[in-house]
Design a protein around this ligand. Structure first.
Ligand SMILES: O=C(O)c1cc(=O)[nH]c(=O)n1[C@@H]1O[C@H](COP(=O)(O)O)[C@@H](O)[C@H]1O
Length: 299
């Protein structure tokens, strides 16, 4: 937790670039190059994703503290997609970036313990393997504490962190999360649980390594959650492509302007498609979009 906070402070930039590549997002020349080399195959797409992500990482690593690859985009292409996910993580770490693996896992405790290998690593007959190398992951709290505890234990052991879904950014998040039971919404109840779970894992700078996902599309709820959870760090997706703006997020931060890392995926990586001046230069456009986002989040 402290490492990420210090990076954010040093760069004066509470943002994370989401790496959610799709085939359509890849510039035409790169598509053509990889189709030529590997045919119309998952191998070609995996290779495109690696090259594309490296270009984005190279263009933002000195101004943005973290990346958030979303594993679904890679899983879609099977083992070649996973290869791209892993190579992307490896590269981002080489460039000094924190990696938030957006894997949204959650299951009964024995299965959660296996998923926890994402942060804890895997042991084989006494040999340890750090196969995934994420610093943080996203998890789903629907199963309650026995589905969460294996992740908390892994985080405490390996000095890593998790973001637990509390109030998600999507339009139908209210369908379940806003249901009122005993005068409280489900998301408020989850927030209280996450806060309690986080007390086991406080850093030295006022925040716990058990964080919360709070969507940028919920201005009032986000500010309300900051009050309920003063020591919980927020991952805030929904900025940009989903409509969230800097003006909406002031209340998500604490009085010192800390407490959140705001994600934008398509808004950064596909920025080149929105402005002809960049042609197919996705990295250059991503840097400009990342700088604009940084400026939008200074309060
Ligand atoms: O956990 C997340 O990151 C997440 C939670 C949430 O409530 N909403 C949400 O959009 N996300 C993720 O954040 C990213 C948003 O992408 P853009 O809308 O392109 O910026 C995607 O990877 C989503 O899966």
């Amino acid at each position: 937790m402290d490492t990420l906070l210090k990076k954010i402070d040093a760069m004066k930039n509470p943002t994370v670039v989401g790496l959610d590549p799709t085939l359509e997002m890849i510039p035409e020349p790169l598509q053509a190059e990889m189709f030529e080399k590997y045919g119309k195959t998952p191998d070609a797409v995996g290779s495109m994703f690696i090259k594309f992500n490296k270009e984005i990482i190279d263009s933002v690593a000195d101004i943005v503290p973290a990346v958030k690859p979303q594993i679904a985009m890679y899983e879609k292409y099977g083992v070649e997609g996973i290869r791209a996910y892993l190579e992307t993580i490896e590269y981002a770490r080489e460039k000094g970036m924190t990696v938030i693996g957006d894997i949204k896992r959650g299951d009964i405790s024995s299965t959660a313990a296996a998923y926890a290998a994402h942060i804890e690593g895997t042991e084989i007959a006494g040999e340890e393997f750090d196969l995934w190398k994420e610093d943080w992951i996203t998890i789903n709290p629907y199963l309650g504490i026995d589905g969460i505890q294996p992740f908390i234990d892994a985080c405490n052991k390996k000095d890593k962190g998790v973001f637990v879904l509390v109030k998600t950014s999507n339009p139908s998040s209210s369908q379940i999360q806003d249901i009122v039971v005993k005068d409280k919404t489900i998301y408020e109840m989850v927030a209280e649980l996450v806060k309690e779970w986080g007390t086991q894992s406080m850093g030295t700078m006022g925040y716990s390594r058990i964080g919360a996902v709070v969507g940028a599309t919920h201005k009032e709820q986000g500010a309300h959650l900051r009050k309920i959870m003063p020591h919980t760090f927020f991952l805030v997706p929904g900025y940009g492509a989903q409509g969230g703006t800097g003006a909406d997020l002031k209340g998500f931060f604490d009085k010192d302007g800390r407490g959140c890392i705001v994600n934008s995926s398509r808004g950064i990586t596909a920025a080149y498609k929105k402005n002809n001046k960049y042609g197919e230069r996705a990295g250059e456009a991503a840097r400009a979009a990342a700088l604009a986002m940084k400026a939008d989040l200074q309060y």
